[in-house]
Design a protein around this ligand. Structure first.
Ligand code: ATP
Ligand code: MG
Length: 439
């Protein structure tokens, strides 16, 4: 992509109404534009990152055996009356009437819809286990939308729903999602810590929030330092194997949000292992048994011929919130430092002297070669001052910068900079081209 042809409305100043660094940086780099409180347009730069995060989530859901589909944003109220939640949900649910005076709502979540799909088509335990998911916009009329995409009113969520015959099977489905989440967040360059969450009236031990540590997090969290260094299960994990040991390894250490915190248990840890910090919830998984299947009559025939309500769990990831969370975790005083896995472009190519024949020719050659090698390149071919170009490239945080200027070119060289480490070195253009060809 040539910057002169792209749409990247970068601004110099930190917007006054953005309280946290990720929100400031998303506005400054022209990733989002607010329409109303908690409602945003995703401008091209933000949209590219959103799509990459969505794709990682998709790949890890699929790897764990979940199946993608798509449910609507607008729903009829009827199903929510069946589950009893139409009255219970409260003001966070945006209620709408259509032209026939039918009660509609903008979906804050999808348990009712998916349970209806399930009960329509699945009648036998032989079709289980089943895990269906989608990535769709949700609307929750939050009292206090803030921090940009972190707490929006309209936000993108991945929500998966598992269906099993028995509680044991449902626990196995839960463990798959637990491991898939660790892998997905790890791929985004994040250390997400599963913390026991409140299961409400259902009870039990099967609800975890996945928390990223960040000073600007909304909730106070407490955990054992050991958890920060546990590696993710890895992409070669066999999801058909018994995942109990992996889940146990990560749930035997102390980790709790404020609501679940047990001061005495925490203080029993050696002092140097006590981490008391702030956290951002990027995911939440939940086993809720027959909470929806019973009232909505989603039953399957078991091996003994009996009809029983299906066992369900739901598994959410805050896809749009993750942009903010990643920036909170990955930035420095000059701007964003994207992890390679979610960066909007892989390489920023800077032409120091557009109009100079040699510079232009070298840039065109590199641009074509990088693109042919599968790299996404943002080519800064604008007439801006070199200093402004460097500052902008640092601000938008692409993992690699390649700078082409007359001085280096005289020796057939360009400068390559790693955004994260700041390390720079000169590379011969011929070597770079040969390497790109081989990749
Ligand atoms: P929170 O406690 O942050 O209000 P929640 O527990 O109500 O979230 P869930 O129903 O568990 O949210 O939704 C699944 C995921 O969706 C959350 O883990 C979070 O990452 C994301 N999410 C929830 N609400 C918002 C929001 N208002 N804006 C952006 N992301 C959100
Ligand atoms: Mg939650």
């Amino acid at each position: 992509m040539r910057l002169s042809k792209f749409f990247l409305p970068v601004s110099k100043d930190a917007p006054a109404d953005a309280a946290i660094v990720s929100h400031q940086l998303m506005l400054r780099t022209g990733m989002i534009r607010q329409n109303g409180a908690g409602i945003y347009s995703w401008l091209p730069m933000g949209f590219r990152v959103l799509k990459r995060i969505e794709q990682i989530v998709r790949e890890e859901m699929n790897r764990a055996g979940a199946i993608e589909m798509l449910m609507p944003t607008l729903q009829q109220a009827d199903l929510w009356r069946e589950s009893g939640r139409y009255d219970d949900y409260g003001k966070e649910m945006l209620r709408i009437k259509d032209r026939h005076e039918r009660d509609m709502l903008f979906g804050p979540t999808n348990e009712e819809l998916i349970t209806d799909v399930f009960r329509t088509y699945v009648k036998s335990y032989k079709q289980l286990p089943l895990n269906l998911y989608h990535q769709q916009w949700k609307f929750r009329d939050e009292v206090r939308p803030r921090f940009g995409v972190m707490r929006g009113r309209e936000f993108l969520m991945k929500d998966a729903y598992s269906f099993d015959l028995t509680e044991d099977d449902a626990r196995a489905s839960y463990r798959k999602m637990f491991c898939a989440y660790l892998n997905a967040f790890d791929r985004m360059g994040l250390t997400a810590i599963p913390m026991r969450a409140d299961t409400g009236p259902i009870g039990g031990d099967l609800s975890h929030e996945f928390i990223i540590l960040a000073d600007t997090g909304e909730s106070a969290v407490f955990c054992d330092k050991t958890l920060l260094d546990l590696p993710a299960p890895g992409l070669d994990l066999d999801f058909n194997s018994d995942l109990t040991p992996i889940v146990e390894e990560r749930t035997r250490f102390y980790a709790a949000t404020e609501e679940m915190h047990d001061e005495a248990a925490f203080n029993a840890l050696p002092e140097d292992r006590r981490v008391s910090a702030r956290g951002i919830e990027v995911g939440h998984i939940f086993y809720f048994g027959t909470k929806y299947s019973k009232p909505m009559n989603a039953v399957v025939q078991g091996p003994d011929g009996q009809m029983v309500p299906v066992q369900m769990g739901s598994y959410g990831i805050g896809v749009s919130r993750l942009l903010g969370a990643i920036i909170e975790a990955c930035h420095d005083e000059n701007g964003i430092v994207w992890p390679e896995s979610v960066a909007p472009f892989d390489v920023g190519l800077i032409n120091m002297r557009p109009g100079d024949e040699a510079c232009d020719a070298a840039c065109e050659t590199l641009y074509a070669a990088m693109t042919a090698a599968g790299r996404e390149v943002l080519y800064d071919d604008t007439d801006d001052r070199a200093g402004a170009k460097f500052a902008r490239m640092d601000l938008i945080g692409l993992p690699w910068q390649t700078t082409v200027g007359p001085r280096g070119l005289a020796d057939g060289k360009v400068e390559v900079k790693n955004r994260k480490t700041g390390e720079k070195h000169d590379v011969k253009i011929d070597d770079m081209l040969a390497q790109l060809k081989g990749s």
